[in-house]
Every structure is written in C-alpha cells, then in structure tokens.
Design a protein around this ligand. Structure first.
Ligand code: DOR
Length: 448
C-alpha cells in the first residue's frame, strides 16, 4: 500500500487552482476563486483569474470542486518527543503529521528529554526542523530549569535561539513568586508565557475528572478547582506584571468565567482550547479507554458547552491540539498506569469540519482560531491568501472519506479515541513557505 502521505514533493514552478472556495478571515475573503502560484508566490487570485493561464507539463492544474482553501494553520501547542523519546514522535514525523493536518507552523513544548531549558536545545530543534520540512518549527522554551519550578531559564538566550514562547507545560509553575518573576522576565524579552494550570496538591494520584463518573469507576479525580485556582492567581499576576499570559488547554466552565472577567477588565490574557475538550466528555472514560486519559481531563457537558460558547465569543482565542503522542508501551496498560495525552494534528481539521458543517461554528471563526489567532499571539506573520504572499495554505477535500488507522497517519503514534472511526473531509495539499509540505496520495495534481 502506498504511504498515506507524500512529503516534501518537489514544488512545481506553476500551480493553478481553478474555482475553489477560498476563505481568509483576515482579508474577508470568502468566495469561489482561481488561485495562481508561481515560484511559490501567489500571483493571481480572484474570479476567473486563471482564465488566460495555460499549464505546461511541469505545472499543476487543480480543480477546486468540492474543496476549500484556507490559510495555513498554526498549532501553538504540540509535543514532539525529540530529543529523548523519538520512538513516540521525532521532529520528522511530527512535522509530517503537522503538514498532513494543514499546519504551516507548530510550537513543540519543552517537556522533551532533556527538557528544552537552554538555547542549544532550542537551536537543535529549530535547525532540525528547518532541515526537514518547510513547516515552521518554533520550540517553546521552559520557564524554569528542568521544569522544576524554581530557577528561571535564560529566556533571552532561548528567544534568540528561536523560541516565541515559554512554558513548563506538563507541569504547572506552582510558586506565585516564581511565576511573578517569570512573567516579569518574559515581558522584558517579549515572550508569551504559556501556563499549564494545575494545582498539583489537588491532583495527586488523579486519573480523570472528579465527578460522578470517577466515583463510579473508582478512579481518583482531578477537580476543576485545581485548574481554576491557578487561573485566578495567574490572572492577578498577569495584571500586576503586564506580561503576555496565555492559558493552555482550558477545560472548565469556571476557568472560562475567570478569563471572561479578566478580558472584560482589559488584562492582556489569551487562552486555547483543544478539539478533544470541545468534543468529548468524561463519559468517554467509562470503558477505561486509555486513549481518553488526558491532562487536563475530559470534563462534563456543562464545561464542554462553556468552552464552545467561549470559543465563539472570543473569550477563548485559539484552538490548539496539544498533540501528545504516546506509544503502546504507555497506553496499552491499566488506566492508572497510562500516560496522559492524545494525538491531534492530523485529526483536528476533519473533526472540526464536521462541527462547521453542522453549523456549530462558522468556517471563518474556525479558520481564524487556527491561523490568524495563533499568528497574532506568537507575533508571526499571518498566513494569508493574498497576491504577493508566499503560498501558505491548505486545501481541504470536503468529500474525501477516510478511516482513522495507523497506516493513514504520518505520526509515529496512534493514541486517539477516534481510532477506527470514519471521517469525512481531509487535508489533501499543504503548502508552507511557498513549498509543497504535504500532498495526499489520492490527490494527484497531475490528474486533477
Ligand atoms: O495530556 C497531556 N499530555 N497533557 C500535558 O500537559 C502533557 C502531555 C504530554 O506531554 O504527554
């Protein structure tokens, strides 16, 4: 069987896409257009813009029928296990998964082994990424040395090596004094501070959300309060320091309330939500499926509804996958022994497309929260569908059906509760920085 993906195909000097529904919220574009890409740059875009263009043998001519084009996506929260646990994911497979999901920039978290708490590690990840793929890789440096919560990292050096943000994600910065200093230091470096909000004293031994289901299953619970206590404290510290504070993977309705209040008061805070917290609840843990073990845990329906509301009204700024690959060693075991986390890069768009097609979210808000939103928070240039811009886009085939299977994934891991499920809609082409980063095997541009 052919591989599901074909990475880094040579980029033709001319690509003509005819009659595609193109959407770019940053330029209010939402119409059927032709798009012409020459030498990796968008040179024409508009109704019938490609009428006069003939494509010679060396070029690609694509029909946009049944497809959508949108600006390349940005995932500001992924875990590539490189260095240290490359059997779960390395930078090559992580970037391949990103490209297959329509992403043109990703930010791998610092909980590698060793921890990315110094410039040479940041530089290693960045360099390796550059060698392997046109998808931009921006490592997130640790906030504290070894993610131990005590001594701050040299954030200025880490920034100079290529980081746009710092985070101890996986663990919370527990000390208020350390968090205050971290915010002050990050502010002088113009780095975004991403917090994993968890009061670890309240989650010792926790396996899932604390509620009726954890009681029924006899599993120790992770109460909402453990997140909300840290969020409340951090919002106070963000106001005090004026730093750019970002809350990772918000999971509870109470955190949403706190965020909304802080934003109403003009505090510079932002937040992300994951597709799994938008789509699943703790009831999925009833079968002890370790693929549903994640940190923070899947919560209850009222939390899920609050997360949707917050995403739609802008209280939550962006969607991030928290792509957390684990192998069968960490997942094919008792629930209490399993590592938390699930993969997200290759499923994100297909899962959320379904929500958009059911009217749960407008396409424009979906794309904004996955592209322009994270670009603005990270201070990256927005990927745009605009003449003169390098090609940074994804083409999504709305009708393509596919089954979530190991052989269909570019990621080295397949820890997802959606394994075995049939999806409708798939990214078939991703161009990043003017180059073809991913082309699905069934999407043969020469035949289109
Ligand atoms: O579920 C999670 N997995 N949450 C985290 O914060 C870390 C991540 C991981 O690294 O596996």
């Amino acid at each position: 069987m052919l591989p599901a993906v074909s990475m880094n195909s040579p980029t033709p000097s001319l690509i003509v896409v005819r009659s595609i529904q193109a959407l770019d919220p940053s330029t209010s574009l939402d119409e059927e257009v032709d798009v012409v890409i020459e030498q990796g740059v968008i040179t024409r875009l508009g109704r019938n813009a490609a009428d006069q263009i003939a494509v010679a043998d060396h070029g690609w001519e694509l029909s946009g029928k049944g497809k959508r084009m949108f600006p390349g996506l940005i995932d500001m929260h992924v875990h590539f296990r490189d260095p240290g646990h490359e059997y779960k994911e390395d930078i090559a497979s992580g970037l391949a998964a990103a490209a297959a999901g329509g992403f043109v920039h990703v930010c791998p978290m610092a909980n590698t082994k060793p921890i990315n708490d110094r410039a040479n590690l940041t530089a290693y990840m960045k360099l390796k990424g550059k060698e392997l793929s046109p998808v931009g890789l921006h490592p997130v440096g640790a906030i504290t040395m070894g993610q131990q919560g005590q001594e701050l990292t040299e954030m200025a050096d880490i920034r100079d090596a290529g980081a746009l943000a710092v985070s101890d994600d996986g663990v919370c910065v527990r000390s208020s004094a350390v968090m205050r200093k971290a915010l002050e230091y990050a502010r002088t470096c113009d780095l975004l501070v991403i917090q994993h909000a968890e009061d670890h004293d309240l989650t010792v031994g926790a396996q899932m959300h604390e509620g009726a289901i954890s009681t029924r299953l006899g599993l120790k619970g992770w109460p909402r309060a453990a997140e909300e206590i840290i969020v409340a404290r951090d919002l106070i510290l963000a106001e005090l320091t004026g730093a750019r504070y970002h809350l990772a993977h918000v999971s509870s309705a109470g955190s949403v309330r706190l965020l909304r209040d802080a934003k109403d008061r003009g505090i510079a805070v932002s937040a992300e939500v994951t597709p799994h917290h938008l789509l699943l609840t703790d009831s999925r843990v009833l079968g002890y499926d370790t693929a549903c073990k994640v940190n923070p845990p899947l919560r209850e329906e009222q939390d899920r509804q609050a997360l949707w509301e917050a995403l739609l009204d802008g209280t939550i700024d962006v969607i991030a996958t928290d792509h957390a690959p684990h192998s069968t060693i960490e997942k094919d075991c008792e629930f209490s022994e399993a590592s938390p986390g699930l993969i997200g890069l290759e499923l994100c768009m297909a899962l959320l497309f379904q929500q958009a097609s059911e009217g749960r979210i407008r396409w424009s808000r979906l794309v904004e929260s996955l592209s322009q939103g994270p670009a603005d928070l990270l201070k990256l240039p927005r990927p745009q569908l605009k003449v003169g811009q390098p090609a940074n886009f994804a083409i999504f085939d709305e009708g393509m059906e596919w089954k979530v299977e190991r052989s269909e994934l570019a990621s080295k891991s397949w820890n997802t509760p959606f394994l075995g499920q049939t999806m409708r809609g798939r990214v078939v082409l991703t161009m990043a920085q003017g180059k073809v980063a991913f082309c699905h095997r069934d999407f043969d541009p020469a035949r289109e």
